[in-house]
Design a protein around this ligand. Sequence first.
Ligand code: DQQ
Length: 538
Amino acid sequence: KVKQLEHRTHYHFQPQKHWINADPNGPMYYNGIYHLFYQYNPYGAVWGNIIWGHSVSMDLINWKALQPAIKPTKPYDRHGCWSGSATILPGNKPVILYTGVVDENKTQVQNYVLPKNINDPYLEEWIKPDDNPLLVAEPGVNRTAFRDPTTAWMGRDGHWRILIGSRRKHTGIAYLYKSKDFIKWVKAKHPLHSKDRTGNWECPDFFPVAREGKKGLDNSMIEEQNVKFVLKVSLDTTRYDYYTVGKYFPEIDRYIPDNTSVDGWKGLRYDYGNFYASKSFFDASKNRRILWGWSNESDTKMDDVEKGWAGIQTIPRRIWLHPNGKQLLAWPIEEVESLRGHKVQLRNENMKKGDVVEIKGITAAQADVEVVFSFPSLDKAEPLHPSLDHLDAHELCSRKGSSVHGGLGPFGLLTLASGKLEEYTPVFVRVFKAKNKHKILLCSDASSSSLKKGLYKPSFAGFLDVDLAKKKLSLRSLIDHSVVESFGAGGEVCITSRVYPALAVSDNAHLYAFNNGSETVAIETLDAWSIKGPKFMN
Ligand code: DQQ
């Protein structure tokens, strides 16, 4: 019981018990209500027996749990109701496409469900029309890697289009299917996109983004002026979501990533930490695009079983195109601020090398912290030794952790820390002088997060591409018992860590700011709030 409670999150979405691989399924806003469906095992805290759990909300923060929306009942989904998406058809009619698993070999087909009663504000019951399955893998398509239909978009020709994730040998593929009536689907001659040596593509997501501003766009707004496109895929071998920003050519139904977007393993990430099988949707009530992601556990299966639950959803994030046009920015939806309670703040506090400043007066295990650090110059940034120059951010972070002294940094926050710093999850910045410009590392390092053995404690990290002319860097962290979700430089790099401290739990958790670099760093502004638990009604 104690175990169940001490690491359970209080304001992140999770069902009362058992497993979710959240794969946010079919998120949508419909007639004033947000719907979230998720991959759920109703019998235990490990993956299996997958059905669609269903919850509804007016604000994406307080949730009401409903009965499961889709369960295996038919020959075409008897072995599992896997991931899928919602589309709102003309006439304001929602429809859900999902993957059904038909046999023990995991043969996959695509099915659809419709609300039983369109006037039920919660859309609680869903029916499976008789013309299912809609789509089976034709010869040449790998039927055990044929899943996760996207939200549909409509082309100029009035035909709907969807993507289905797949692979051919080691090439990841997003197959394109077209339909005039949403029932009869035909595979297009070419996939929308594919990439060799990426393996199976799960949960593809494809959507337009405005070139300027934060406004989100409906998936069918392909003809808008000044629009770019984003294609995200999930790579299952490493539980890794990457995306590219590019151009969609509707006449030939092809997508080509910009040359500033790397396609494949070195691609851009929505989040460099525990974040997988994400999906976005267009929120027509606030004209924004919202991203959900599943944050899996980092402790052992045995721990999950003992806790009685596994898997959470990250806080929904608004996403939009960075003014540089090369990547997305992501920021926790504004509604999370309604949970902010008691606040403390610091202003213009200098931290010399070795200083650790406690942020007292808030519930450090359940908090929201926003901080702007500033520094007088970049001169002390340590040169990046040529032998380290080729390392990716993750590797660099594991070698240059928060306690390894530097020049400009490491500085940042010590989250979920025990009173004597036996445990802490540092979220920090370290600036290196590289060949032509500075390399700015943002790190969320779980390696010191717990005294417990056997946990997965990765040093997650990404590089920030910010202009340091102003000599400032900002950071925000949402802390919730076993999760730390961090946003560097206004959401350029996001990192979610799942951690399970032995000492730094509940009231024994502390929050500090620190500097281990020889350059003095100022906490220009720091605002931290205790976060109240929203309502999760079962
Ligand atoms: N999870 C689902 C699949 C999807 C995978 C099965 C991604 O549909 O490909 O639970 O986590």
